[in-house]
Design a protein. Sequence first.
Length: 94
Amino acid sequence: MSGKTSGGENPQEKLFRELQGYAAECGIQVRCERLTRDFGYRVRSGACIVRGKKWVIVDRTLSARDRVDLLADEIKQSMDGKVEMPPNIRALLR
């Protein structure tokens, strides 16, 4: 089984896109990039503050599950309870 829905879409990919919308509602900018690695240094996905705004840079080579986990953790840290979310999304953030 491929893990895709009847529409041909991976459920984790769909969930990641939903989380991107909730991240925006929480004031988080999300950027998916291919993070290059080279000899002598290691680049990882994560959050940073740029000009007073929170950004989450996500390595697009990560698995969909890892991207969901990363973004859910960042939303959890920034959430103030004012953003309306369905129960399945809220459950991820506990």
